[in-house]
Design a protein around this ligand. Structure first.
Ligand code: NOJ
Ligand code: NOJ
Length: 519
């Protein structure tokens, strides 16, 4: 391992990086030269160019951001978000590093977080066609980054000690370990990294190199999930030690995805591993089903052991988890808490209600409109330190995403909409009253493709748009999304140009495009 890193360091020194500020052109050494993946060289390992200098970044924004026309703003912001994400990715010597934010002080987010990077690559993977070889260079560079970071010993542990180091949440941008106190381990990192690695491998032709890629990149994270799914760890917000819905859900999904990947690719897998995968998959699914939805009437609780400190039990992480585990372009039907699960929608409904009152900037919004959303009601992180929490761009985008996804899901199901009356919170916003609706003492039934059905889906879609229009109001004049926006003034606050904010915005737009095409 030492030699891999040693050679890697030499390569970093030798490689020239031109004009950091604008276009980033880096000649990547052939992977064989510095020992990554030994002889199983990836196909796309030539030079990677992340050239975002032709786009909006060069123009004057103040005049550009359209705050009145939603569709026109989408077009601008999509372009802007893609460019900003690319600006936050450094490709050096064939290794991609996703910087969480360019902000180096107040707060210092100039690091790579395992979680943020994996989420970014899931979004980035959608641009394969658009960006061609550049996309492939970045994606494969990410796989090399995964390989490298997995083998960096750190304060969570040593790689040689059965991969004890893999729960480490963040690293310096030069891939060296972060040696300060932090909420570690964060056990959502390995499964998220596994999910994004599998997705990249799945969508690429690797032929004979696939087995080695799986063994060297996927297996370490997979084994970590299998060995540690029952362990306590810090949550995705890096604050609470315990068992968390978000982590358990991504662990479950990563195992399920691996099982499907192995079946489809027919890679060699030891029988013992196959058996273990099935066993843990079943146990985890049972655990998720039993643990998080029964503790509070009607909702899913992110961290059941933490209800003392956070009595609302509400957290947008729950929605984030469901959207991630049930992606629009993959069938994960067997996994629990799909986006239309009753407890999930109720959790979201209550979050919207609470946050409407919590953040003064929501006061002017119509009762039926989407609102600015933050992480959880009891939050006190203001983006730099501890005071009063604000709404977050990524959380607000997640609200929109959920609504668009519901539209697509209900249309796909091709069945009547059945709304239980004892859990109709969110539905009161949507249901288009009409004579076709059948109401009994316990449920409302809206027949599939009736006018009322179509109108109801239209209302859900518009509710989604109303979250994005909150974002439209609060991006900066030059289209920037930071981490948070001030709950009194709406102005950007916290880490500037947060990569994850742009990703969740783009994820929402992807879901919106799909929903729009069926309405
Ligand atoms: C405290 C925040 O609450 C947490 O979510 C964040 O990750 C760290 N500070 C790092 O800035
Ligand atoms: C704070 C968030 O709480 C955490 O989820 C994220 O990974 C880091 N910031 C970096 O963006």
């Amino acid at each position: 391992m030492q030699s891999v890193i040693g050679v890697f360091a030499v390569v970093l020194v030798l490689v020239g990086v031109c004009d950091w500020g604008r276009s980033l052109v880096v000649a990547a050494a052939a992977c064989g030269k510095y020992g990554l993946f030994q002889d199983a060289c990836f196909v796309h390992d030539e030079s990677v160019t992340l050239d975002y200098s032709d786009g909006l970044l060069d123009q004057q924004y103040a005049a550009l951001v359209n705050r009145t026309d939603l569709e026109a703003w989408f077009e601008q912001e999509v372009q802007w978000a893609k460019e900003r994400i690319q600006a936050n990715i450094i490709v050096q010597a064939g290794v991609s590093v996703v910087v969480a934010s360019p902000s180096k002080v107040a707060p210092d987010y100039y690091y790579q977080w395992v979680r943020d990077s994996a989420m970014t690559m899931l979004t980035f993977n959608d641009w394969r066609d658009e960006l061609g070889d550049t996309a492939m260079g970045v994606l494969e560079g990410y796989l090399r980054n995964v390989y490298l970071l997995q083998r960096v010993d750190n304060l969570s542990g040593d790689f040689a000690d059965n991969g004890a180091n893999l729960g480490e949440p963040k690293f310096l941008v030069d891939n060296s370990p972060f040696n300060e106190p932090w909420g570690r381990p964060q056990n959502d990192g390995p499964p998220l990294r596994l999910i994004s690695s599998l997705k990249i491998l799945n969508d690429t032709e690797y032929g004979g190199a696939l087995q080695q890629a799986f063994d060297t990149i996927c297996l370490p994270d997979l084994n970590f999930v299998l060995d540690h799914w029952q362990d306590e760890h810090f949550d995705l917000w890096e604050e609470v030690r315990g068992q968390h819905f978000f982590t358990s859900m991504v662990q479950l999904y990563s195992i399920d995805k691996t099982i499907r990947f192995l079946q489809e690719t027919e890679l060699q897998t030891a029988d013992a591993l196959k058996l273990q995968l099935q066993t843990v998959r079943n146990n985890l699914q049972q655990f998720v089903g039993a643990q998080f939805a029964s503790i509070r009437e009607g909702i899913v609780v992110e961290t059941p052991s933490n209800l003392g400190d956070r009595p609302s039990g509400l957290d947008i992480a729950v929605v984030l988890a469901s959207l991630l585990v049930h992606p629009i372009d993959e069938s994960t039907d067997g996994l629990p808490f799909d986006i239309d699960a009753r407890e999930l929608l109720e959790t979201f409904h209550r979050l919207v209600q609470e946050m409407r009152d919590l953040y003064p900037i929501n006061a002017g919004l119509h009762d039926l409109s989407g609102v600015a959303l933050g992480r959880y009601p009891e939050d006190v992180y203001d983006g730099v330190g501890i005071s009063e929490a604000n709404p977050w761009f990524l959380c607000t985008a997640v609200g929109a995403n959920l609504m668009y996804r519901l539209v697509t899901l209900y249309d796909d199901k091709k069945s009547d909409l059945v709304i239980p009356l004892n859990n109709s919170g969110i539905w009161q916003r949507f249901v288009a009253l009409d004579t076709e609706i059948r109401v009994s003492h316990k449920e409302v039934v809206i027949p599939y493709h009736s006018q009322a059905f179509n109108k109801t889906l239209g209302n859900i879609f518009n509710f989604g748009d109303s979250f994005l229009s909150v974002i439209q109001s609060h991006v900066s004049d030059d289209g920037e999304m930071s981490e948070q926006f001030n709950k009194y003034t709406g102005y950007l606050t916290g880490a500037s140009h947060l990569t994850w904010s742009y990703c969740e915005f783009l994820n929402a737009i992807k879901a919106r495009d799909a929903a729009k095409s069926i309405l």
